[in-house]
Design a protein around this ligand. Structure first.
Ligand code: B12
Length: 210
């Protein structure tokens, strides 16, 4: 019988091989995939809190997120077969003209780790593509990343386009090194986070996830 505490520890330690092996064993043993996912989500919660406390840094967070990503890939077909779908979907991308994707990808991974389905549009994404993807996926959340002072101005267009598209109650979160909470507020975004761990807290808050 797989010990989910060991799986949790493996994700926290970023031990991909163990995380994947234990997830496979759990699936073979017929464990409820939601329980397995919950264990990994809890591990990512621990990682987020350690990052916020300054106990670990971006590389450690990335390593854990990658371990979770690989183990979740094993779990995904079982979750789909069981009819389990995340309750929330987010679209994320780096703004047009900007090719920086490390922070954006990390935010996407942490959102996945928090149980949110993530559609990653990559880099150099214009307002129209954010809107199309949000509509097609039924997303409740749009995340926009910018690392350049010259490209962050494009975030205003994304907020305006999402509002104009009549998609319903879709929240827009923004982030990236030059972005501040004041800037986010000035362009009408629903929130800002300085790092991927806080991005999870802010997403949960705007989506009202308990
Ligand atoms: C790596 C890097 C690159 C790599 C990018 C590789 C890649 N695949 O991403 C390469 C070499 C390609 C690159 C190119 C350029 N770069 Co560059 N690059 C960086 C560098 C060193 C690190 C960025 C990074 O990955 N940080 C690590 C991640 C984890 O942090 P992060 O991105 O900030 O993300 C975190 C938060 O911001 C937040 N977050 C991020 N996105 C989002 C989104 C949401 C929704 C939320 C809620 C939160 C959130 O959470 C993330 C995770 O914790 C920065 C310097 C710096 N310290 O930021 C310069 C930097 C951003 N680059 C800079 C420049 C100038 C350029 C170039 C123009 C250089 C050139 N002359 O060609 C080009 C631009 C190319 C383009 N069109 O995009 C400048 C920008 C200056 C400015 N103020 O505009 C910087 C600041 C360097 C400097 N000090 O001059 N770059």
């Amino acid at each position: 019988m797989v010990d989910l505490e060991v799986l949790k520890a493996a994700v926290e330690a970023g031990d991909r091989a163990t995380a994947v092996r234990l997830t496979r064993e759990a699936v073979d043993e017929g464990l409820d995939p939601r329980t397995v996912l919950d264990a990994m989500t809890a591990a990512m919660g621990v990682i987020g809190r350690r990052f916020q406390a300054g106990e670990i840094f971006v590389p450690e967070m990335l390593i854990s997120a990658r371990a979770m990503k690989e183990a979740t890939a094993v779990l995904e077909p079982v979750l789909v077969a069981a009819g389990v779908r995340p309750e929330h979907t987010a679209v994320i991308g780096t703004i047009r003209g900007d090719l920086h994707d490390i922070g954006k990808s990390l935010v996407g991974m942490m959102w996945k780790g928090a149980g949110i389905e993530v559609v990653d549009l990559g880099t150099n994404v214009g307002a129209d593509r954010f809107v199309e993807a949000a509509r097609a996926s039924g997303a409740q959340l749009v995340g926009v990343s910018a690392l350049l002072t010259t490209t962050m101005v494009g975030m205003r267009d994304v907020v305006a386009a999402v509002r104009a598209a009549g998609l319903g109650d879709v929240k827009v979160l923004v982030g990236g090194a030059p972005v501040t909470a004041e800037y986010a507020a000035s362009i009408g975004a629903d929130g800002y986070a300085p790092d991927a761990a806080t991005a999870v807290d802010v997403a949960r808050a705007v989506l009202r996830i308990a």
